[in-house]
Design a protein around this ligand. Structure first.
Ligand code: NCD
Length: 310
Protein backbone atom coordinates (compact mmCIF):
# COMPACT_ATOMS: atom_id res chain seq x y z
CA UNK A 1 0.00 0.00 0.00
CA UNK A 2 1.69 3.19 -1.16
CA UNK A 3 1.92 6.10 1.25
CA UNK A 4 0.66 8.18 -1.64
CA UNK A 5 -2.58 6.24 -2.02
CA UNK A 6 -5.51 8.44 -1.14
CA UNK A 7 -6.88 8.04 2.34
CA UNK A 8 -9.81 9.60 4.18
CA UNK A 9 -11.15 10.01 7.69
CA UNK A 10 -14.93 9.90 7.36
CA UNK A 11 -15.89 7.79 10.38
CA UNK A 12 -14.29 6.27 13.47
CA UNK A 13 -15.15 2.96 11.77
CA UNK A 14 -12.20 3.74 9.43
CA UNK A 15 -9.86 3.16 12.39
CA UNK A 16 -9.08 0.14 14.52
CA UNK A 17 -7.62 0.47 18.01
CA UNK A 18 -4.03 0.33 16.76
CA UNK A 19 -4.79 3.08 14.24
CA UNK A 20 -6.30 5.29 16.95
CA UNK A 21 -3.28 4.69 19.19
CA UNK A 22 -0.85 5.59 16.41
CA UNK A 23 -2.62 8.90 15.81
CA UNK A 24 -2.68 9.66 19.55
CA UNK A 25 1.00 8.83 19.93
CA UNK A 26 1.82 11.16 17.07
CA UNK A 27 -0.45 13.84 18.56
CA UNK A 28 1.59 13.58 21.75
CA UNK A 29 4.65 14.68 19.79
CA UNK A 30 2.75 17.50 18.11
CA UNK A 31 1.44 18.69 21.50
CA UNK A 32 5.08 19.21 22.41
CA UNK A 33 5.53 21.36 19.26
CA UNK A 34 2.51 23.42 20.32
CA UNK A 35 4.25 24.13 23.62
CA UNK A 36 7.29 25.69 21.91
CA UNK A 37 7.70 29.35 21.13
CA UNK A 38 8.02 28.59 17.40
CA UNK A 39 5.05 26.26 16.87
CA UNK A 40 5.93 25.00 13.41
CA UNK A 41 7.34 21.91 11.73
CA UNK A 42 7.99 21.53 7.99
CA UNK A 43 6.10 18.21 7.59
CA UNK A 44 3.54 19.42 5.01
CA UNK A 45 5.49 22.24 3.40
CA UNK A 46 4.24 22.91 -0.12
CA UNK A 47 0.98 20.94 0.37
CA UNK A 48 -2.40 22.67 0.17
CA UNK A 49 -5.28 22.08 2.57
CA UNK A 50 -8.80 23.40 2.00
CA UNK A 51 -11.18 23.87 4.93
CA UNK A 52 -14.79 24.00 3.75
CA UNK A 53 -17.29 24.84 6.49
CA UNK A 54 -21.00 24.90 5.69
CA UNK A 55 -22.03 25.12 9.35
CA UNK A 56 -21.17 27.25 12.36
CA UNK A 57 -17.85 26.40 13.98
CA UNK A 58 -15.36 28.06 16.32
CA UNK A 59 -13.17 25.30 17.78
CA UNK A 60 -13.10 22.81 14.92
CA UNK A 61 -12.42 25.35 12.17
CA UNK A 62 -9.79 27.32 14.10
CA UNK A 63 -7.97 24.18 15.22
CA UNK A 64 -7.92 22.65 11.72
CA UNK A 65 -6.53 25.92 10.40
CA UNK A 66 -3.88 26.13 13.09
CA UNK A 67 -3.02 22.46 12.67
CA UNK A 68 -2.40 22.88 8.94
CA UNK A 69 -0.35 26.05 9.50
CA UNK A 70 1.77 24.45 12.21
CA UNK A 71 2.59 21.70 9.72
CA UNK A 72 3.66 24.43 7.22
CA UNK A 73 0.89 23.66 4.70
CA UNK A 74 -0.80 26.37 2.61
CA UNK A 75 -4.36 26.73 3.89
CA UNK A 76 -7.51 28.08 2.30
CA UNK A 77 -10.50 28.35 4.65
CA UNK A 78 -13.94 28.82 3.15
CA UNK A 79 -17.16 29.51 5.00
CA UNK A 80 -20.50 29.03 3.28
CA UNK A 81 -21.50 32.59 4.22
CA UNK A 82 -19.72 34.99 1.88
CA UNK A 83 -18.69 32.29 -0.62
CA UNK A 84 -20.37 31.33 -3.91
CA UNK A 85 -22.46 28.86 -1.89
CA UNK A 86 -24.53 31.97 -1.13
CA UNK A 87 -24.97 32.38 -4.87
CA UNK A 88 -26.41 28.89 -5.17
CA UNK A 89 -23.33 26.90 -6.17
CA UNK A 90 -23.81 23.23 -5.28
CA UNK A 91 -21.51 21.28 -2.97
CA UNK A 92 -20.31 19.20 -5.91
CA UNK A 93 -19.49 22.24 -8.05
CA UNK A 94 -17.73 23.93 -5.11
CA UNK A 95 -15.62 20.84 -4.41
CA UNK A 96 -14.70 20.43 -8.06
CA UNK A 97 -13.78 24.11 -8.32
CA UNK A 98 -11.54 23.91 -5.25
CA UNK A 99 -10.01 20.67 -6.50
CA UNK A 100 -8.54 22.70 -9.38
CA UNK A 101 -5.97 23.98 -6.85
CA UNK A 102 -4.83 20.37 -6.37
CA UNK A 103 -5.27 20.30 -2.58
CA UNK A 104 -3.79 17.38 -0.66
CA UNK A 105 -6.79 17.39 1.69
CA UNK A 106 -10.27 18.85 1.97
CA UNK A 107 -11.72 19.24 5.47
CA UNK A 108 -15.50 19.43 5.25
CA UNK A 109 -18.25 20.33 7.73
CA UNK A 110 -21.81 20.07 6.50
CA UNK A 111 -25.32 19.95 7.99
CA UNK A 112 -26.00 16.85 5.88
CA UNK A 113 -25.17 13.32 7.07
CA UNK A 114 -23.10 11.58 4.41
CA UNK A 115 -21.70 14.80 2.90
CA UNK A 116 -18.04 13.92 3.59
CA UNK A 117 -18.44 10.55 1.90
CA UNK A 118 -19.95 12.25 -1.15
CA UNK A 119 -17.11 14.78 -1.30
CA UNK A 120 -14.61 11.90 -1.32
CA UNK A 121 -16.19 10.76 -4.57
CA UNK A 122 -15.83 14.16 -6.23
CA UNK A 123 -12.19 15.06 -5.55
CA UNK A 124 -8.78 13.42 -5.83
CA UNK A 125 -7.90 14.94 -2.41
CA UNK A 126 -7.99 13.15 0.95
CA UNK A 127 -11.20 14.04 2.76
CA UNK A 128 -11.57 14.65 6.50
CA UNK A 129 -15.03 14.76 8.03
CA UNK A 130 -15.25 17.74 10.42
CA UNK A 131 -18.90 16.92 11.21
CA UNK A 132 -21.65 15.78 8.85
CA UNK A 133 -25.12 16.48 10.24
CA UNK A 134 -26.08 14.02 12.96
CA UNK A 135 -23.74 11.36 11.60
CA UNK A 136 -20.11 11.63 12.78
CA UNK A 137 -17.35 13.93 13.99
CA UNK A 138 -14.33 11.61 14.14
CA UNK A 139 -11.63 14.17 15.02
CA UNK A 140 -13.69 15.30 18.03
CA UNK A 141 -13.77 11.70 19.28
CA UNK A 142 -10.01 11.37 18.76
CA UNK A 143 -9.25 14.54 20.71
CA UNK A 144 -11.56 13.37 23.49
CA UNK A 145 -9.77 10.02 23.69
CA UNK A 146 -6.43 11.88 23.65
CA UNK A 147 -7.54 14.10 26.55
CA UNK A 148 -8.78 11.13 28.58
CA UNK A 149 -5.74 9.00 27.87
CA UNK A 150 -3.55 11.80 29.21
CA UNK A 151 -5.62 11.98 32.40
CA UNK A 152 -6.36 8.31 33.01
CA UNK A 153 -3.42 6.61 31.33
CA UNK A 154 -5.87 4.55 29.28
CA UNK A 155 -9.58 3.98 28.79
CA UNK A 156 -9.70 0.22 29.44
CA UNK A 157 -12.50 -0.50 31.88
CA UNK A 158 -13.41 3.18 32.37
CA UNK A 159 -17.11 4.00 32.69
CA UNK A 160 -18.12 6.92 30.46
CA UNK A 161 -21.60 8.44 30.66
CA UNK A 162 -22.74 10.59 27.73
CA UNK A 163 -25.55 12.82 28.95
CA UNK A 164 -28.05 14.91 26.98
CA UNK A 165 -29.16 15.32 23.39
CA UNK A 166 -27.73 12.11 21.97
CA UNK A 167 -30.29 12.03 19.15
CA UNK A 168 -28.86 15.02 17.29
CA UNK A 169 -25.24 14.47 18.25
CA UNK A 170 -22.52 13.40 15.82
CA UNK A 171 -20.12 13.82 18.74
CA UNK A 172 -22.00 11.08 20.63
CA UNK A 173 -21.94 8.63 17.70
CA UNK A 174 -18.22 9.05 17.04
CA UNK A 175 -17.50 9.15 20.78
CA UNK A 176 -19.32 5.90 21.53
CA UNK A 177 -17.44 4.12 18.73
CA UNK A 178 -14.04 5.48 19.77
CA UNK A 179 -14.49 4.97 23.54
CA UNK A 180 -15.64 1.37 22.92
CA UNK A 181 -12.69 0.69 20.61
CA UNK A 182 -10.39 1.87 23.40
CA UNK A 183 -11.95 -0.48 25.96
CA UNK A 184 -14.36 1.79 27.87
CA UNK A 185 -17.93 1.01 28.95
CA UNK A 186 -20.35 3.62 27.59
CA UNK A 187 -23.78 4.58 28.95
CA UNK A 188 -25.95 7.17 27.22
CA UNK A 189 -28.39 9.08 29.40
CA UNK A 190 -31.14 11.55 28.55
CA UNK A 191 -34.87 11.99 28.03
CA UNK A 192 -36.19 9.08 25.92
CA UNK A 193 -37.15 11.55 23.14
CA UNK A 194 -33.45 12.48 22.80
CA UNK A 195 -32.02 8.94 22.80
CA UNK A 196 -32.06 7.36 19.32
CA UNK A 197 -33.88 4.05 19.06
CA UNK A 198 -31.43 1.18 18.64
CA UNK A 199 -28.37 3.13 19.91
CA UNK A 200 -27.41 0.01 21.92
CA UNK A 201 -26.33 -1.55 18.62
CA UNK A 202 -23.22 0.65 18.91
CA UNK A 203 -22.28 -1.28 22.04
CA UNK A 204 -23.51 1.10 24.76
CA UNK A 205 -26.29 0.89 27.33
CA UNK A 206 -28.95 3.58 27.67
CA UNK A 207 -31.00 5.02 30.51
CA UNK A 208 -33.45 7.85 31.09
CA UNK A 209 -32.43 8.09 34.74
CA UNK A 210 -29.48 10.23 35.78
CA UNK A 211 -29.56 8.72 39.29
CA UNK A 212 -26.75 6.26 38.53
CA UNK A 213 -24.35 8.99 37.36
CA UNK A 214 -22.11 8.54 40.40
CA UNK A 215 -20.81 5.26 38.92
CA UNK A 216 -19.24 7.10 35.97
CA UNK A 217 -15.52 7.87 35.85
CA UNK A 218 -16.19 10.38 33.08
CA UNK A 219 -19.31 12.51 32.62
CA UNK A 220 -19.49 13.67 28.99
CA UNK A 221 -22.24 16.28 28.58
CA UNK A 222 -23.73 17.21 25.20
CA UNK A 223 -25.19 20.49 24.00
CA UNK A 224 -28.93 20.76 23.35
CA UNK A 225 -28.81 21.12 19.55
CA UNK A 226 -31.68 23.53 18.93
CA UNK A 227 -30.67 24.07 15.32
CA UNK A 228 -31.38 20.42 14.48
CA UNK A 229 -34.73 20.25 16.31
CA UNK A 230 -37.76 20.59 14.07
CA UNK A 231 -40.23 19.48 16.75
CA UNK A 232 -40.50 19.77 20.49
CA UNK A 233 -38.33 17.12 22.12
CA UNK A 234 -38.49 18.40 25.71
CA UNK A 235 -41.35 20.23 27.45
CA UNK A 236 -39.06 23.21 28.12
CA UNK A 237 -35.36 23.91 28.58
CA UNK A 238 -36.07 24.75 32.20
CA UNK A 239 -37.63 21.34 32.77
CA UNK A 240 -34.74 19.66 30.93
CA UNK A 241 -32.26 21.54 33.11
CA UNK A 242 -34.07 20.55 36.30
CA UNK A 243 -33.79 16.84 35.48
CA UNK A 244 -30.56 16.53 33.52
CA UNK A 245 -28.36 19.57 34.10
CA UNK A 246 -24.96 18.54 35.42
CA UNK A 247 -23.95 20.84 38.27
CA UNK A 248 -20.90 20.70 40.53
CA UNK A 249 -23.15 19.22 43.24
CA UNK A 250 -24.12 16.37 40.94
CA UNK A 251 -20.48 15.39 40.34
CA UNK A 252 -18.78 13.04 42.73
CA UNK A 253 -15.19 13.85 43.71
CA UNK A 254 -12.73 12.40 41.21
CA UNK A 255 -15.16 12.30 38.30
CA UNK A 256 -13.96 14.01 35.12
CA UNK A 257 -16.31 16.35 33.23
CA UNK A 258 -16.17 16.86 29.46
CA UNK A 259 -18.18 18.80 26.85
CA UNK A 260 -17.34 19.32 23.16
CA UNK A 261 -18.41 22.98 23.23
CA UNK A 262 -20.10 25.28 22.64
CA UNK A 263 -21.79 25.09 26.05
CA UNK A 264 -25.28 26.39 26.72
CA UNK A 265 -24.38 27.72 30.16
CA UNK A 266 -27.25 27.09 32.56
CA UNK A 267 -28.94 24.49 30.33
CA UNK A 268 -26.94 21.24 30.12
CA UNK A 269 -24.19 22.46 32.45
CA UNK A 270 -24.27 24.87 35.38
CA UNK A 271 -21.62 27.57 35.65
CA UNK A 272 -20.09 25.98 38.74
CA UNK A 273 -19.58 22.69 36.86
CA UNK A 274 -18.01 24.42 33.83
CA UNK A 275 -15.59 26.28 36.08
CA UNK A 276 -14.83 23.35 38.40
CA UNK A 277 -11.34 21.78 38.46
CA UNK A 278 -12.97 18.51 37.37
CA UNK A 279 -13.83 20.03 33.97
CA UNK A 280 -11.51 19.18 31.05
CA UNK A 281 -13.25 21.48 28.54
CA UNK A 282 -10.22 23.73 28.01
CA UNK A 283 -7.92 20.69 27.68
CA UNK A 284 -10.21 19.28 25.00
CA UNK A 285 -9.90 22.49 22.97
CA UNK A 286 -6.13 22.48 23.35
CA UNK A 287 -5.90 18.83 22.32
CA UNK A 288 -7.82 19.68 19.13
CA UNK A 289 -4.81 21.27 17.45
CA UNK A 290 -2.31 18.48 18.18
CA UNK A 291 -4.77 15.72 17.27
CA UNK A 292 -5.76 17.40 13.99
CA UNK A 293 -2.06 17.86 13.17
CA UNK A 294 -1.65 14.13 13.74
CA UNK A 295 -4.63 13.27 11.51
CA UNK A 296 -3.39 15.51 8.69
CA UNK A 297 0.11 14.05 9.02
CA UNK A 298 -1.18 10.49 9.10
CA UNK A 299 -3.29 10.97 5.97
CA UNK A 300 -0.83 13.01 3.96
CA UNK A 301 2.62 12.00 5.12
CA UNK A 302 2.44 8.96 7.39
CA UNK A 303 2.32 5.24 6.69
CA UNK A 304 -1.21 3.89 6.38
CA UNK A 305 -3.18 3.81 9.64
CA UNK A 306 -6.38 4.66 7.85
CA UNK A 307 -8.12 2.55 5.25
CA UNK A 308 -6.69 3.24 1.81
CA UNK A 309 -9.00 4.06 -1.04
CA UNK A 310 -7.88 2.76 -4.38
C1 NCD B 1 -19.82 19.95 18.21
C2 NCD B 1 -20.32 19.86 16.79
O1 NCD B 1 -20.28 20.82 16.03
O2 NCD B 1 -20.78 18.78 16.46
N1 NCD B 1 -18.97 21.02 18.44
C3 NCD B 1 -17.65 20.91 18.14
O3 NCD B 1 -17.27 20.48 17.07
N2 NCD B 1 -16.78 21.23 19.11
C4 NCD B 1 -20.88 19.83 19.20
C5 NCD B 1 -21.99 20.83 19.21
O4 NCD B 1 -22.13 21.67 18.32
O5 NCD B 1 -22.77 20.75 20.15
Amino acid sequence: MSVHSRRHLISIEDLDRAGIERILDRAQGFAEVSGREIKKVPALRGRTIVNLFYEASTRTSSSFELAAKRLSADVVSIRAAGSSVDKGESLKDTVQTLSAYDPAAIVIRSPHAGAAQLVAGWTPASVINAGDGKHEHPTQALLDVFTLRRRLGGLDGASIWIVGDVLHSRVARSGILAFKRMGAQVTVCGPPTLIPRGIEALGCTSTASIEGLHEADVVYVLRMQHERMRECFVPSLREYATRYQVSAARLRPGQLLMHPGPVNRGVELSSDAIDSPQALIGEQVKAGVAVRMAVLYELLAGAPALAAVA
